[in-house]
Design a binder for this molecule. Structure first.
Ligand code: ATP
Length: 498
């Protein structure tokens, strides 16, 4: 049998990705030794690093990188009246339906009643089985009674709105961001991390004076636009610039076009491929009654185009509701003395787990030549930034490697590895996405230099130990090109199997 036939590149399915994530310490089914619990996941040693990197990058881009944004970290359990005012107690629910063919329970949205089919077997749903299923988890609080686990982070932003605006001295237009856990009692968790019962959200409420236009420029990026009109007429999405979709009146406000583009850019700047994204407008029967316009940023997952991020124009619905229920004014006074109840012109609402899946799907690549998976994660997202190895177990080399390792770990998550062949160590690191491997060899002691190998190209450069931190800083931030960071050298080690 020929080598190529023996080792065909596997086609990535969501189940294979889940298996890979478990094998490589990214994500485990929660409580697996007891059989797990559907919709709950634990992030392992590599997963927690990548997830933290992802959240930090989101905060850098959306909060630190802007003048008009501040943040909060609200409680998971709050006064249940918050959820009465927001409308969740009355209407945060799905429709539970049972498939006639495979008998599995499934969730559908209200507008899908009579239209949707079973995602597992394609069977028809038994319409007589349809019933409302409340999606908020309840828990007990001391002797006070029950409360809910928050189903979204957004409401805490509205409830704290006045205090935050005052304390951070924010002037319209401005946004408040939050990253944190959310819980939904999903009827049918599915597709690995895509639909969980416990997950995290990265959300922004962006407040404006409704009279104000967007002062920010909308760029030149293009995306597939799937308007409500195209969906109604069963047409395909059309590629166009975000700014043109606004000019043509497809996206209703400049604000919405601007934020949709920003969210798309956040993903593509971190390595996700532009062609796997589209924006889809909610149809009339799908949109919440209070929303003026809603768009989802969708991604072409291995199981099809699905919502990655929801972005609704919620107008003044939430602040008005909290004013009504709490009898606290939510208006703010502008510099000119005018009182205004701000409008939420858009609410970019992103699930951390769905973003994690996007970056994993985008990075995963079975490299036929190397005969192992290479995870092409952006260095900013990679769980381990560099691995340091002595080329053989020689005392001098071990000593220098350990010194380098101890020095680098003050700044980054790095690892030291001296087990197995160097080829195997490269492969192990390729599989978890480590962008750079640093090897100490026989010449290192004399020349006070080491070799850095780049994950994606396997090219190698020689760099002085004294310059290593600076070089790595430049490489990880993307400011320095690999070939420019040191002297290119011949690859000495044969690329091997993990
Ligand atoms: P879906 O239609 O897929 O149930 P949704 O419209 O209810 O999603 P939103 O309420 O708009 O979702 O939530 C905002 C974001 O939070 C979603 O775009 C998604 O990224 C994330 N999210 C929502 N529900 C889940 C879940 N069960 N598991 C993982 N992420 C979720």
């Amino acid at each position: 049998m020929k080598k190529e036939e023996k080792k065909a590149a596997p086609v990535l399915t969501i189940d294979e990705l889940a298996t890979f994530c478990k094998r490589k310490g990214f994500v485990y089914p929660s409580g697996e030794i007891y059989g797990g619990l559907a919709g709950f996941w634990d992030f392992g040693p590599n997963g927690v690093e990548m997830k933290n990197n992802l959240k930090r990058e989101w905060w850098m881009f959306h909060v630190y990188g802007r003048d008009d944004m501040t943040g909060i970290d609200g409680a998971i359990i709050t006064n249940p009246k918050v959820w009465e005012a927001s409308g969740h107690v009355a209407s945060f629910s799905d429709i539970l339906v049972i498939c006639k063919k495979c008998k599995k329970p499934n969730k559908i949205d209200k507008h899908e009643l009579g239209k949707a089919r079973c995602p597992d077997c394609g069977g028809e749903f038994d319409s007589s089985s349809a019933r409302e299923f409340k999606s908020m988890f309840r828990t007990d609080v001391g002797t006070e009674g029950f409360a809910y686990l928050r189903p979204e982070t957004a409401q805490l932003i509205f409830v704290d709105f006045k205090a935050v605006q005052n304390d951070a001295r924010m002037k319209l237009p401005f946004g408040i961001a939050q990253v944190g856990k959310a819980f939904r009692n999903e009827i049918a968790p599915r597709d690995f991390l895509f639909r969980c019962r416990e997950f995290e959200q990265m959300e922004i409420e962006y407040f404006i004076d409704p009279k104000e236009n967007c002062p920010y420029e909308i760029g030149e990026s293009e995306i597939l636009v799937y308007s409500a009109d195209l969906q109604e007429r069963s047409k395909e999405p059309v590629k166009m610039k975000f700014k043109d979709a606004f000019k043509k009146g497809i996206i209703k406000t400049d604000w919405h076009a601007y934020w949709l583009e920003q969210e798309f850019l956040w993903f593509t700047n971190l390595g996700a491929k532009a062609e796997n994204f589209r924006i889809r407008q909610h149809m009339k029967d799908e949109k919440s009654h209070y929303a003026l316009d809603t768009w989802d940023l969708e991604y072409n997952f291995p199981f099809g185009w699905k919502e990655l991020q929801g972005m609704a124009n919620r107008a003044d619905f939430d602040l008005k509701q909290h004013e009504k229920f709490s009898k606290t004014s939510m208006s703010i006074t502008k510099d000119n003395g005018e009182k205004v109840l701000p409008n939420v012109v858009c609410e970019p609402s992103q699930g951390v787990e769905r973003a994690f899946l996007v970056f994993m799907c985008a990075a995963y690549d079975y490299d036929k030549k190397r005969e192992n998976v290479v995870l092409h994660l952006h260095p900013k997202l990679a769980p381990v930034k560099a691995a340091i190895f002595p080329i053989v177990k020689d005392d001098k080399m071990i000593k220098l490697s350990e010194e380098i390792y101890k020095d680098l770990r003050r700044e980054w998550n790095v690892l030291y590895d001296d087990s197995g062949s160097v080829g195997r160590r490269y492969s192990r690191n390729d599989e978890i996405g480590t962008p750079y491997c640093i090897t100490v060899d026989t010449d290192s002691d004399k020349g006070k230099d080491v070799t850095i190998r780049e994950r994606d190209t396997t090219k190698q450069i020689r760099v002085k130990v004294a310059d290593l931190k600076n070089v790595l800083r430049g490489l990880l931030s993307g400011e320095t090109k690999f070939e420019k960071a040191g002297k290119l050298v011949e690859t000495r080690v044969k690329e091997g199997k993990a």
